[in-house]
Design a binder for this molecule. Structure first.
Ligand code: ADP
Length: 440
């Protein structure tokens, strides 16, 4: 029985970790997802979550089952005086057995449940455990509902959320300084010469940082595969899933670092040096494999369709594969569950045309050229938001190969991102060893 409870608890924590993985490092999304999953794991229907600044003022917030009619500030201040404050100061789980009589709950505007009930407050600590990043509270209409066992599970879920929140806050601070930097650059237009010099410096510095980032990430990657090997002999547990998730995240990080390095290189006008005769079907299969878990989790299907005879092209296969991975990842991110993704490669008069089609949200006509610009993003409701670097990288990579890339799209029906690589890149007469592949 104890083992069963422990497994259920571990499964809830793993589910939360997976859900947070897809929140693309947005603090509000992390809070909302954690709140929803934590409430679901203990069948609570209402709750609130907040990230607090250094003065313990809420900065990012999420509510579940509550609708604020009045002043947001007033609500959160009352929260801080009540259970929120107790969690903040004690930095540990607080249980309110009966919210109708407990002074830590009374006086909460618009929150008293008609029939009373109980509440639990959970701290969200930084991964190092030294900083309180936020608080989650959950309420239940039943008095004395939350037990010690639930408290322990929620505390672990709070720790997982704290780590995700901490990364999300770091990424947000980073992107804020990036936009502050860009605003500064715009104001200082008159000092263009100086800026050009600074820009070159910045680029060199970034390239160095991206380069140095590769080592620790590769170390994490090899440690994870070592761990996976150690665990391989044991019965399948939640640890396998978590290691698998961590391994996928590091792979994703490696791809991002490589793309950033390539962006710096290609923008600096440097030529591609790693050209090798490459098999396009292998490249597409490998690219799709890297995104398969994301597609599977989103309950979508993917299909690869290629001509029965495809030439081998003289390309930087790693770079073009990252282009395809980016496009397939984008397709999965912007397509609702149950949708379809189609990856194809056909010879045309212009060259080899590779296309990634989806049945997703589509892109409004006025934005179709601009999405290829660096830092340009479209904000759709409910869609994850990135940094607007993926397509800029794709365009530079394809153009550096002498090709071009474009998008055809219909709002609410889907998009097809296509690029052509010129036939001059052709290496050998044909590569028809493998029949067209169909994968689902
Ligand atoms: P990011 O995904 O990091 O925001 P990208 O450069 O990859 O940056 O994409 C830029 C923007 O183009 C995204 O913000 C997204 O709104 C839009 N986009 C990209 N691919 C698709 C797609 N398949 N369907 C709908 N919109 C897309």
């Amino acid at each position: 029985m104890a083992q069963y409870v422990e497994r259920t608890r571990d499964a809830q924590i793993a589910k939360l970790a997976v859900a947070l993985h897809y929140q693309h490092l947005e603090p509000t999304a992390v809070l909302a997802t954690a709140l929803e999953r934590m409430a679901d794991s203990v069948s609570a229907t209402q709750g609130a979550a907040a990230n607090l600044d250094d003065h313990h003022h809420p900065r990012y917030t999420a509510l579940l089952g509550y609708f604020l009619e009045g002043d947001d500030d007033e609500f959160w201040q009352a929260m801080s005086r009540g259970i929120f404050g107790f969690v903040m100061h004690g930095r540990r789980v607080v249980i309110v057995r009966n919210i109708s009589t407990d002074p830590r709950w009374s006086g909460m505007p618009g929150l008293s449940l008609a029939s009373g009930g109980s509440a639990i407050g959970v701290p969200l600590m930084s991964p190092e455990g030294d900083q309180l990043l936020g608080v989650v509270i959950l309420t239940h209409p039943q008095i004395d509902y939350f037990s010690g066992g639930t408290a322990r599970m929620l505390e672990s879920m709070g720790a997982v959320t704290g780590a995700a929140l901490s990364h999300a806050l770091q990424m947000t601070a980073l992107s804020e300084s990036e936009s502050a930097f860009r605003e500064l650059a715009a104001v200082a237009d008159a000092e263009r010469v100086q800026l050009a010099h600074d820009e070159a410096l910045r680029r060199d510095l970034s390239a160095m940082i991206y380069h140095d980032l590769r080592n620790p990430v590769q170390n994490i990657q090899s440690s994870l595969s070592g761990l996976a090997r150690v665990l391989a002999s044991l019965e399948k547990t939640v640890a396998h899933d978590l290691i698998d998730l961590a391994a996928r995240s590091t792979q994703q990080m490696t791809r991002m670092i490589k793309a950033l390095l390539d962006l710096e290189r290609l923008e600096g006008g440097r030529a591609i040096i790693q050209r090798k005769p490459s098999n396009i079907l292998d490249l597409l299969n490998d690219a799709v494999d890297l995104v398969r878990a994301l597609i599977h989790d989103a309950e979508q299907t993917v299909k690869i369709e290629v001509d029965s005879e495809l030439p081998r092209l003289l390309i930087d296969a790693d770079m073009i594969q990252r282009v395809v991975v980016n496009l397939v990842e984008n397709a999965a991110k912007h397509t609702p569950s149950g949708g379809h993704i189609r990856v194809s490669a056909h010879m045309t008069e212009e060259g080899l045309r590779i296309a990634i089609g989806d049945t997703g949200s589509g892109i409004p006509p006025g934005l179709r050229d601009r999405i290829f610009d660096k830092f340009f993003r479209v904000r759709y409701q409910n869609a994850p938001v990135g940094f607007g670097l993926g397509l800029a990288f794709c365009r530079l990579a394809v153009e550096a190969h002498g090709g071009h890339i474009w998008v055809e799209s219909e709002v609410d029906h889907g998009s097809t991102f296509a690029f052509v690589l010129p036939v001059e890149l052709k290496d050998a007469p044909s590569d028809s060893k493998r029949a067209p592949a169909l994968t689902g």
